[in-house]
Design a protein. Structure first.
Length: 358
C-alpha cells in the first residue's frame, strides 16, 4: 500500500519547522512517521531543531532536495523508507526550493506505486504580500501556485488590514485552493493531511503551472578556511557552477586561543546568500553576548543549535522574530544565516568569535 506523503512548503522563515513539530505532536499514538528536510545551508540544523519528536528525521543539506537530477534526495528518501518503514512521510523543501521539481519526482514512475502524494500544504506570511521582494520572487510565486492548502501562519502578528489583504488575495486565486486558513504558531489541522491533491498532480500539470517562471540559479558553494587573519581562501572549485553538487571539506581556526576545527561554508542561489558554521562543542559562547550579536542582525533567517555559558540553546529566528529556547546537548554547535543581499562572512565570523567565553 502506498505511503501517504505530504509536502509542507513555504518561503524562508514562514514557520515550516514549527508546523511540522505541531503535526508530529498530534499524530496518532503508535503511528510511525518520518520527516525528510531540505536546507539551503551546508551543515543542516533542522534535524536537531526537531529533536525529541519521536519520529525519524533525515536531512539533505545544501539545496539538493529540489534538484531533480540530484541523487541526494532519492538516496535519502529511499534509505528513509527502507530503514524506518514509515506509515506517513512529511517532506519539507528548502524555503528557496521550487516544489514543482519535488512533485515531479514523487509522482514519477519510480515512486508511483510507493508513495501517495496528498495535498500540498504551503505556509506563507501574509505580511509578505506588501513586499515586492517576496511577491515578485519566482519561488514564492511557484509555492503559492502549487498549493492545495494555503495557510497564512503567524496570524497573531498581523493587523486587521493584513488579514483582510490575505483573504482578498486568496479569493483571487484560480483555481481556488482546497483550504485557506489563518493560524498562529504553525497549528496546522492534522485532518488537512488526508486531503487529496486537487487537481491530481502530474509532470505535465506541474510544467503548465510554472508558466514563465525561471528556474533558480545553480547553487554555488564556497568553502572557506577562517584563519586568524580571516583571509578569503576559497575552495579551488568555488568559482565553478556545480548543478546538484556541493563541496565540503574541513576548515581550521583557533577560537578562544586553542586549536579547534571550525567548518565554514558560504553558498548563494535564487537571489539569496548563506553562511553555515559547524563548531566544536567545546567552544562555548557567552549567552548574553551571543544574543546581543545575533538578535541585532537584520537577517532574513537565523537557525542554530549553540553551546552557551547557560547551556545549549535552539535558535529559530526570521527577521527578528522567533524563538531562543534551551535544548539538549548536541555533538557540536551549528549555525546557519541566510539573507537576500551578499554577506560579509569574514566580519560575521569575527563577530561570532568575539561572542565566545574567555
Amino acid at each position: 500500500m502506498p505511503i501517504p506523503t505530504h509536502l509542507i512548503t513555504g518561503f524562508l522563515g514562514v514557520g515550516k519547522t514549527t508546523a511540522i513539530r505541531h503535526l508530529l505532536a498530534h499524530r496518532p499514538a503508535g503511528e510511525r512517521w518520518a520527516v525528510l528536510v531540505n536546507e539551503f545551508g551546508q551543515v543542516g540544523v533542522d534535524e536537531q531543531l526537531m529533536e525529541g519528536e519521536d519520529a525519524a528525521i533525515r536531512q539533505v543539506p545544501g539545496g539538493c532536495l529540489c534538484c531533480v537530477s540530484s541523487q541526494a534526495f532519492t538516496v535519502g528518501l529511499n534509505r528513509l523508507i527502507r530503514e524506518e518503514r514509515p506509515e506517513r512521510i512529511l517532506i519539507e523543501p528548502t524555503g528557496l526550493g521550487h516544489p514543482a521539481r519535488v512533485i515531479e519526482t514523487l509522482t514519477g514512475e519510480f515512486y508511483r506505486q510507493v508513495l501517495d502524494l496528498g495535498a500540498v500544504i504551503t505556509l506563507m506570511d501574509a505580511r509578505h504580500l506588501a513586499s515586492p521582494r517576496h511577491r515578485e520572487h519566482p519561488t514564492w510565486q511557484d509555492q503559492i501556485r502549487l498549493a492545495d492548502v494555503l495557510v497564512a501562519n503567524k496570524a497573531d502578528l498581523y493587523s486587521d488590514a493584513e488579514r483582510e489583504v490575505f483573504l482578498d488575495f486568496a479569493r483571487t486565486l484560480d483555481p481556488p485552493k482546497t483550504r485557506t486558513a489563518l493560524v498562529s504558531q504553525g497549528t496546522l489541522d492534522p485532518a488537512w493531511l488526508d486531503l487529496p491533491a486537487d487537481p491530481p498532480r502530474s509532470v505535465e500539470d506541474t510544467h503548465d503551472l510554472l508558466g514563465d517562471i525561471h528556474h533558480p540559479d545553480d547553487l554555488l558553494g564556497d568553502i572557506h578556511h577562517p584563519d586568524s587573519s580571516l583571509g578569503d581562501t576559497h575552495h579551488p572549485l568555488g568559482d565553478t557552477h556545480h548543478p546538484g553538487h556541493h563541496a565540503h571539506e574541513d576548515s581550521h581556526d583557533s577560537p578562544a586561543g586553542t586549536q579547534s576545527d571550525w567548518f565554514l561554508a558560504t553558498q548563494h542561489g535564487d537571489g539569496y546568500h548563506g553562511i553555515s558554521w559547524l563548531i566544536p562543542a567545546d567552544a562555548v559562547f557567552d549567552h548574553d553576548r551571543l544574543i546581543k550579536t545575533l538578535v541585532n542582525l537584520p537577517l532574513d533567517r537565523i537557525k542554530g543549535i549553540l553551546h552557551t555559558s547557560t547551556g545549549w540553546i535552539r535558535i529559530n529566528q526570521s527577521q527578528g522574530e522567533g524563538e531562543w529556547v534551551t535544548t539538549t546537548p548536541a555533538p557540536e554547535s551549528r549555525l546557519e544565516i541566510i539573507h537576500h543581499t551578499p554577506l560579509d562572512w569574514p566580519a560575521l565570523h569575527e563577530t561570532l568569535r568575539r561572542s565566545l567565553t574567555v
